[in-house]
Design a protein around this ligand. Sequence first.
Ligand code: GLC
Length: 423
Amino acid sequence: MRNNLIEKAKKVLLGNKKRGFTLPTNNKLYPAQWKWDSGFIALGYSHFNLKYAIDEISTLLKGQWKDGMIPHILFHDLNTNYYPNHSVWNCGNKIHSSGITQPPVLAIILKKILDKNKIKVTQKIKIKSMVQKLKKYHEWLIKYRDPKNTGLVSILHPWESGYDNSPLWDYSMNEVKVEKNLKYKRGDNKVINPEYRPLDSDYDRYVTIKNHLRNNKYNPKHLYKKSMFNVVDVGFNSIFLRANKDLLELLKIFNFEHKKLHKFILKSENKIEKLYNKKKGVFTNYDVKNKKKIVVPSITNYFILFANLKNQNINKKIIKNLKNHNLKKKYMFSSIKPNYKKFEEKRYWRGPVWINCNWIIYQGLKNKDKKFANIIKEKTINLIEKNGFYEYYSFKTGKAFGANNFSWSASLFLDLIFEKNNN
Ligand code: GLC
């Protein structure tokens, strides 16, 4: 049964593969290359075709902007029904792209690939150049998304988090005044049942913020202050902290300068604890624009485990809390805690289970609570065995929603299955 599924997972990836990159799915919902999808996809390929893994990241890095930013979407194919497409973003370097970024998972993935594979000399040279590009990208995030040098970076659009319509953004999005006479045509809710997708009122704001960024020529020097949306997100910062720790190791391997990064890591490790509510034992977001703490029980707050904080007291408390997130449920983790007032079972990032979230949490747990980590791993594999490689699932019934043949679900399934020695 599992062997069959392994072959199916590989087929999903190969079925979505284009020249040098892979689509998130084959159903026209996402007809481009997405940044964090590509990272997860590369990890999946690394278990059966190292060349494809390296090509995937290489192609993504070809779209890096001159200032170092790596865009969240690269539009290789200009002839699609996707909105917002390349012409409304109207930016890019060598490849048409969006003007915002997405969670910085690439250094983490690259380190995993390097640690677990026999790498040929020619591939090592390619990886060295990738590391150099990632160094530039991390420097961009630090310089422009943390201009006050606090140790924590901001996101300037909900899409940058990767969890677009999470209730985490409800407060901040309500503060965004929708542009007058806004005109656009969504494509996503023609492909997928609108009940499972973000609302039009969300899209109005996504587009308003995007237009504002474009009107400011995506100039990172000004946008931190000017942006209509500016949030320090626990999930994004946890991924960044982990990615910085992994990048530090990569910089050492390839003899690149790394002292500045080391300093930033020490600062982040310390400052991220400011987002911790000791009484409740939870991490919470901070809206920089509106100067407000955002308390929403999102699974992404537990990405802090992935950052491998040295503070074991916090880690223990967090794990205890995590065990209550979906108490005794067959399927986990719902993206939002089910007793939260704005939880929705079927709507995108407002409740369903996402395989990449489970994978991140599993990675964070396995060196802290192996038994619990293995439960998560088994439940995640079982969910896929029963319901297929979909985009997201109901935490109650396991029923699948969104796109089928979803690349990162297939990739991360392969990674969970093939993972060696639990490290
Ligand atoms: C959606 C998701 C985002 C993902 C993209 C492609 O926008 O919210 O996380 O990267 O689709 O799969």
